[in-house]
Ligand binder design. Sequence first.
Ligand SMILES: [Zn+2]
Length: 536
Amino acid sequence: MRSFLKKYGGGILLLLLAVLFLSLPAGYENEAFAKGAFLTAFVSSIAWTILAFYLMRDYRVMKVLFFTVIFILFALETAVYLRFGSRVDANIITLLMQTDWAETREFIAAYLLNWKTLCTFLCIIGVYCLLIHVIKKIHIKCLIQSKLYRALSLPVLIIGLALPYLSIPTTMGKNPIVGICDAIQFVRNSHDDVDQFVSMIDKIEIYSDSCKHQSPTIVLVIGESFNKHRSSLYGYALPTNPLLSKEKNLVLFTQAKTPVCYTSGAMRYIFSLKSCDLGGADSAQYVLFPAVFRKASFKVAYFDNQYTRSRGGEADYGCSYFFSPKYINDHCFDLRNETLEEFDGDFISTYKSQFLKNGASLNLIHLKGQHFQAMRRYPLDFAYFTVGDIQRNDLDDSEKQRMVEYDNATRYNDYVMRMILDEFRNDDAVVIYFSDHGENIFDGKGHRYGRNIGELSDEESAYNVRQIPFMIWCSDTFIHHRPEMYHAIRQASELPVCIDDVAYLLFDLGYIDFNYHQPERSLVNSQYHPHRTAME
Ligand SMILES: [Zn+2]
């Protein structure tokens, strides 16, 4: 053993060090994806390192160069994570690209020119010098020429390099080299899209006589992964929505659907005028509705507990890339959150004092809802249901446990929604709530849990994932001032609704008319004509 360590110990140490530098940043992903991302990145990083060791042999320059590159990338990813809570992803690159010299100077003065940062920087340089000193002394020749290393190399290389191309039920973690290259590619690919979003902002023309001074406070709450059939509002046996069930001004929509089963796709349909039943040819698909509200003199605030302009992680950047560019951000929002909370209730408590309430204002709230893993979506004292509540003989205990966790998350979401309604109860306000998509919770014959993108054309998923809860709540003052609007909302409750039409509903609720409005897509409009929800 001792002779084995003496011969190969140094080489194994270097291998492990390189693998950790390459794979640890994958663990900086958003908490929902962190574990899977780290594990997959760890396996593929072993393959990368094996390959790198074969290429550099014992050449000192090559070793120093390789470890310098991966150490710098590791340090960069770690610094960005500590500052922004995110990896070096497309959002961070977009932010960097749009930072001008004045902002850079401000950033340096605020974050870099202090003793703490300078000492940390010196420590990092010290660690780097020590690392290079050790690397120069350790030889890897013995290790890469050993029989065991050669025997293991091929299978590990095949598994590690093939991993990104296999369909595995977790997020594929990327090492910093692949991650940064992909992020740059994503920014490049979305460049045309972003240009279109920018140009459409300039083309929005508000018809000035359309904006009435009596516009209410509008609140749009976007939920997450809410299976409507597990809501007591929609007939589920367990009391998962006890508080909303008591709201007398709540109108439930029974036929709401979403064209997609993933958040980023849904956000694109919700926030822009992209339509699921039209091709991609119309330029209106690049109109962002918050920009319309800003142009119509509304105040707009955006509170998102899944990501911010910089926080979120790679798996989330697709949700918000169209809001990240400075020009768009400045033309869409007066106010945006910069921090996230573990639980939605804490998020609302943190930001409720910043909710806009004085009429002609729009609050956009995006919750974590019942996102997997549901057990992490509610505080322990909200664990109301137990396995004994689930009367299903076809499920084993672990399946029942996951079902219970989901129901508890739904009940906590009910509590969060009541918190939001309470904030607007005494105002002239209307609150719209719906979920971006549903979730399979062992409810069909296939015993499915979650969502598999691209495999959702079957009946079971259509029922659990495509159908969504959708509701509109009006305050007493709102109903008093606009009985005809409340009547129109109630009249539409049995009609089909698709999430890509929500923007048009908001325009009518805000009395906004403009050059891209289509009244036939607004469910409170007498011209409303429901359209087919084309599944993506
Ligand atoms: Zn989602």
